[in-house]
Design a protein around this ligand. Structure first.
Ligand SMILES: [Zn+2]
Ligand SMILES: [Zn+2]
Ligand SMILES: [Zn+2]
Ligand SMILES: [Zn+2]
Length: 232
């Protein structure tokens, strides 16, 4: 029971002020966050904000690994293409696989990447994104709220809150782990996390040296080595 409770917290960090939040408390925090309020206000004073756009608060969540989540602000005039590029940069891109947006997974209608975020999320509360049609990474995108104004910063997609890297432990000794063995993942179907010490002595090398543990649900898939260099 205690274990379950710890898991349901899903901790994250506010990118504006650095506060620790959880997946449940983050929406309330963002409404009150002083640094975010200031950032939005300074945008409101700029001339271009005479044109008041719609900004969507979306949660991106790794569908089968909900410890990984991102709270994003996305402009209504942004296209799904922009969201795809963003997810690739921060979470997914290993070697240029195909991707798609669907209403609810395979077998449900696909959504054109040229579609505008505002049009898609005006009527829908949830869509799904898949990267790599072989070793799939699914992301669920949920609309949490909409506001009138300008996003801060003025990019198509901006990050407000990001999950904290879940704590992982070495499969050999239980100490905190920083490395992951690809051979364990591919051939033994287990997350072969390793501490620095056992990274050196672990017997597997069919898929190269162990990979660094990174904050992404692509972890362990297709040799994923980490995000693109910001900004994105
Ligand atoms: Zn904050
Ligand atoms: Zn790949
Ligand atoms: Zn160890
Ligand atoms: Zn291994």
């Amino acid at each position: 029971m205690a274990n379950l409770r710890a898991k349901s917290r899903y901790p994250g960090l506010c990118l504006y002020c650095g506060a620790e939040v959880t997946r449940t408390t983050t929406a309330a925090h963002l409404l009150e966050c002083p640094k975010r309020k200031t950032a939005i206000k300074s945008k409101a004073n700029q001339r271009e904000s005479v044109y008041q756009a719609k900004v969507y608060y979306l949660r991106a969540e790794a569908t089968y690994w909900p410890e990984f989540w991102l709270d994003l602000e996305v402009r209504g005039e942004a296209q799904l293409q922009d969201v795809d590029e963003y997810l690739r940069s921060i979470w997914l891109e290993c070697c240029g696989h195909m991707s798609a947006f669907t209403l609810g997974g395979w077998g449900t209608p696909q959504l054109a990447k040229e579609g505008f975020v505002g049009d898609v999320f005006r009527h829908r509360a949830k869509i799904m994104h898949v990267y790599d049609f072989g070793t799939e990474s699914w992301t669920t995108l949920k609309r949490l709220s909409v506001r009138q104004g300008q996003p801060a910063p003025l990019r198509p997609v901006s990050l407000m809150v990001r999950n904290q890297l879940p704590e992982v432990v070495c499969l050999e000794c239980g100490a905190p782990a920083q490395w992951l063995c690809s051979e364990c993942v591919i051939e033994d179907d287990r997350m072969g996390f390793l501490c620095a010490r056992h990274c050196k002595t672990h017997p597997h090398d069919n898929y190269g040296a162990p990979l660094r543990v990174v904050n992404s649900p692509r972890l362990g898939l297709c040799g994923y080595a980490g995000p693109a260099k910001p900004p994105y």
